[in-house]
Design a protein around this ligand. Structure first.
Ligand SMILES: [Cu+2]
Length: 295
């Protein structure tokens, strides 16, 4: 979630900066510029916050919508206060509407499409802020009160900022919904009535191994490794749901209904030969045993 915090920080800081920038020039800003700025700020903040909240609180659309509406409305309102009542109204309403839409987007868009969408919004936001800064700055300058040339006068400066945002987005870790850390080896263990295939699993001491157990039998089967505490399950590394996957319940215990699979990532602390077997009464005796060799 580091990326989310970075984006929120970037949006907040540039929002505060732009609000301050306009506030300092509130006497010279043309009403139309103020209105459009308020609308833009409310809308972009609402949209970006909405998208993020929609993703963060996926499944609870009313909650993410409330938060996003509040964020957008707040941004638009605060921005408008030094300018005019109309700007306040415009900013607040734009923020509310965009927050609502952003939250819906976050709720609906699949995870892998969130980042490109977020990138698009942040680029648009950055571009709008730069453009408005330039317009407001120019007007203020023209009226002569504020002689300082702040803003993006040189077209290259604007391009640099946009390239910066682009590069910054490239630095985000690629979103992956699968295992959090790299698993070196993976083993498929098939169970049927009444045997395991393979009957022997070989792994290296200290190495993480993802064991995926497929129950291809007509009955429920279990894989239980007798490790004497020498094998540990790496938490959160496994059981990410493919549609038919059930979670492992016990420590070294994988359970799956007929036709389903389950997986976990394990690591052995000590060399040795350990056995695994099916805990369903009678199955071990019928041949559901195997060995796990740790070298
Ligand atoms: Cu069994």
């Amino acid at each position: 979630m580091g990326a989310v915090i970075q984006v929120l920080a970037f949006v907040s800081i540039s929002y505060v900066w732009f609000t301050w920038f306009v506030w300092k020039r509130r006497k010279q800003v043309e009403p139309m510029q103020g209105m459009v700025s308020g609308m833009t700020v409310g809308m972009m903040v609402g949209l970006i916050a909405g998208l993020l909240f929609g993703v963060l609180f996926k499944g609870d659309l009313s909650y993410s919508t409330m938060l996003s509406i509040a964020a957008g409305a707040f941004a638009g309102l605060i921005f408008g206060i030094p300018l005019s009542v109309l700007t306040m109204i415009e900013g607040t309403l734009s923020g509310m509407m965009a927050g609502m839409m952003g939250a819906m987007l976050g709720e609906m868009v699949p995870y892998e499409q969130v980042e490109p969408l977020l990138f698009l919004f942040v680029m648009l936001y950055t571009f709008c802020i730069m453009l408005l800064t330039r317009l407001v700055g120019k007007t203020a300058e023209g009226s002569g009160t504020s002689g300082k040339r702040i803003g993006f006068h040189h077209p290259l400066a604007g391009a640099m900022v946009l390239i910066g945002v682009f590069l910054w987005f490239q630095s985000f870790p690629a979103q992956s919904n699968s295992t959090a850390h790299e698993t070196k080896q993976s083993v498929d263990l098939v169970a049927s009535d009444f045997f395991y295939h393979p009957q022997q699993i070989v792994m290296k001491k200290g190495e993480e191994v993802k064991v995926t157990y497929h129950n291809q039998g007509k009955m429920e089967h279990v894989v239980e490794i007798m490790s004497n505490g020498n094998i540990e399950v790496i938490p959160n590394a496994a059981h990410h749901n493919h549609s038919h996957e059930t979670k492992s319940t016990g420590e070294l215990h994988l359970y799956a209904q007929p036709g389903e699979s389950a997986s976990y990532v394990i690591r052995a602390r000590a060399e040795g030969v350990y056995s695994f077997y099916c805990m369903v009464p009678g199955h071990k005796e019928k041949g559901m045993v195997g060995s796990l060799i740790v070298k």
